[in-house]
Design a protein around this ligand. Structure first.
Ligand code: MF3
Ligand code: CO
Length: 291
């Protein structure tokens, strides 16, 4: 996977520097982990300075959209109105909603309420009501760069149980972020997320998770939370991925809507929450790109 490059040849990263004074040491480190049997990222997953700048510009729109949704969301509003806000804000800032038409998805954002785990489809017939918890999952394309993040919103007064679920799920992401350390493993991150959920008696969905992101909507690796420390892909500076655990109050089992083919529900009908952050691995830790 890591083809040997002449020491004096130009570095693969496009810096214009000689390989030996640029990424040679970096590559040798990756190769050592690979020899030890670890999963390492392909070079195509490592973002250049130009990529990172582009992803950040895309993320400015994504964050602005979620901020605007946060200002307007309330009981009595339809989820179509959330879709309208997404289209309006994204369009006015020069972006494109990444969800629209993605594998045939019919709307520009996912709005998932209570027992809906993810991929809820906005509709003028779905009206938010007091006590609902809603995930708004937004993704933006700008100049070919992708940003992706989601937040939970509580509509009016929600039950203490649901409020706790929303808070603990956010803490799960924060615990995961603390474990994003260069040259550590994605499995360390997932383990931290899962431990926090389990500590509160919750379960995490297994087969749906995070992903590499930036130059495409969904890139490798698949980011799971049902992982052990020291496993999964090595986290290397320049990698960008999402942490987006779907935390269920009851069972982790789910089913998919047979009619619309998209919406995923908890098998037991109990509530589910999700927060999603897009994160860059840096030389010293991480940087949040979109939340
Ligand atoms: N935004 C989701 C994610 O976090 C993907 C939604 S795909 C859609 O990866 F088609 F449902 F919009
Ligand atoms: Co995502």
């Amino acid at each position: 996977m890591y083809r040997k490059i002449d020491r004096n040849a130009p570095c693969w990263c496009g810096s214009g520097k000689k390989y030996k004074t640029c990424h040679m040491g970096f590559d040798e480190k990756i190769i050592r982990f690979e020899r030890e049997g670890h999963i390492v990222p392909d070079r195509s997953l490592l973002k250049s300075a130009k990529d990172i700048e582009g992803i950040k510009r895309s993320a400015v729109i994504n964050v602005a959209v979620l901020d605007e949704v946060g200002k307007q969301i309330r009981a009595g509003m339809s989820t179509q109105e959330i879709d309208d806000i997404v289209n309006e804000v994204t369009g006015s800032m020069g972006g494109i909603p990444a969800d629209l038409g993605y594998q045939g998805f019919p709307k520009s954002v996912c709005t998932s309420i209570n027992n809906e785990i993810c991929h809820g489809i906005p509709s003028k017939d779905i009206i938010l009501k007091e006590g609902d918890i809603v995930n708004v999952d937004c993704s933006t394309i700008l100049d070919g760069y992708f940003s992706d993040s989601s937040r939970m919103f509580c509509i009016g007064e929600v039950s203490p149980e649901k409020k706790r679920l929303v808070e603990v799920t956010k803490e799960c992401v924060e615990e995961g972020l603390k474990a994003v350390v260069p040259w550590h493993f994605l499995g360390d991150m997932g383990y931290a997320v899962n431990c926090h959920a389990k500590k509160h008696g919750y379960s995490i969905v297994r087969d749906i998770g995070g992903h590499g992101c930036g130059n495409a909507f969904h890139e490798d690796p698949f980011v799971s939370y049902v992982t052990e420390p020291g496993t999964e892909m090595l986290m290397v500076p320049g990698m960008v991925f999402t942490i987006e655990p779907m935390v269920n109050m009851g069972t982790h089992e789910f089913y998919t809507d047979k009619v619309n083919g998209w919406t995923v529900y908890t098998a037991d009908g109990l509530p589910s929450a999700q927060w999603e952050v897009e994160v860059l691995v840096t030389e010293t830790g991480y940087e949040i790109l979109s939340w």
